[in-house]
Write a protein that binds this ligand. Structure first.
Ligand SMILES: [Zn+2]
Length: 325
């Protein structure tokens, strides 16, 4: 069988405004997932595994790489120690603008604003979105997030200011504190983990002009290399679905000097997978690793692929893939 590599995509591993969960549930689920991976897969470092795939060299059976997008502080405080305990390599895709506190993570700000809103509805593009019940707030958050993801970065930032003002949610918390600072990013590198880029400002690259994409990816790589004193070769596209990057994005990534880029399109990777369209499974930590929950964490279609690969996953369950940012 030709060598292949499964890549998992994590984000936060503890609760946040955008990804709420009960106290301790996400870290406990994450630990259970790592234990499952230790038992049923061979966790490998991403960059050497990608080099092996490119060269047609063998990989261990059920080879799997673990990645994290966004640089949440809980990656350093919770995920990294758990990974080290199990001698598991991982790759952290970082956003210089979040590390610098130069951009606000709009998805966290929006989720906080909707949760804390004193307004009973907000009006957007001629539609009123209710905020009365918890179910209203959840569906409004989901729909407004979807609308905002369709904008370019500047439009989205202007709109989020208007939306948060209309929500009347009170004093804003320090969203930057959710993410590692440069010292934290260096500590991840010093612990032996691979570091990569997740763009400069977490723009959804495919919504930007080709020039803006090239500027974003070039400055992201240069900034990370200068601050972290190491080569940065790998990239993960923000949001990462097939709608979130384009041919211009791939061209910009190549010109910016990256060797590979990860999407959140599901599937496993072989030597035939385009190196700038690597497939990943988005995983939700709080769902844990019991077969049923692990299936749910990966989503139904992902489970069909994973079942072919691992053969040990549990019964089918409702489709419910992880949300990506
Ligand atoms: Zn992201």
């Amino acid at each position: 069988m030709r060598p292949s590599l499964t890549i998992l995509s994590y984000h936060n591993v503890d609760h946040t405004w955008a990804f709420p969960s009960g106290p301790g549930r996400a870290p406990a689920g994450f630990r259970a997932q790592l234990d499952w991976l230790a038992r049923f897969t061979n966790v490998v470092a991403l960059e050497p595994a990608l080099a092996a795939l490119a060269d047609g060299r063998p990989l261990p059976p059920r080879a799997l790489a673990i990645t994290f997008d966004d640089g949440y502080r809980d990656n350093l405080e919770i995920a990294a120690p758990e990974l080290r305990l199990r001698a598991m390599p991982a790759t952290f895709f970082l956003v210089p603008g979040l590390i610098d506190r130069a951009v606000t993570p709009w998805w966290e700000r929006l989720a906080w604003g909707i949760r804390a809103a004193r307004a009973t509805a907000i009006s957007l593009d001629g539609t009123d979105w209710p905020l009365v019940t918890a179910a209203d707030r959840a569906s409004t958050a989901r729909e407004v997030t979807r609308l905002l993801k369709a904008s370019d970065r500047q439009t989205r930032e202007a709109r989020i200011d208007e939306i948060v003002a209309a929500l009347d949610a009170g004093h804003e918390p320090d969203f930057g504190a959710l993410y590692v600072d440069w010292d934290g990013a260096r500590r991840l590198g010093d612990m032996g983990f691979e570091l990569g880029s997740h763009s400069s400002w977490h723009a959804i690259l495919g919504n930007e002009t080709p020039e803006a994409q090239l500027a974003d990816l070039t400055s992201s790589r240069q900034r990370l290399e200068a601050e972290l004193d190491r080569p940065i070769r790998t990239l993960a596209y923000p949001n990462g679905t097939v709608h979130d990057y384009s041919a211009a994005t791939v061209t910009a990534a190549i010109e910016a000097g990256f060797t590979h880029a990860c999407t959140t399109r599901i599937g496993r990777n072989t030597g035939a997978t385009p190196p700038f369209e690597l497939r990943r499974f988005v995983v939700v930590p709080e769902r844990g690793a019991s077969p049923l929950r692990w299936s749910t964490a990966l989503g139904q279609r992902a489970v069909r692929v994973a079942r072919r690969r691992f053969g040990r996953l549990g019964p089918r369950t409702r489709p419910s893939g992880g949300e990506s940012t």
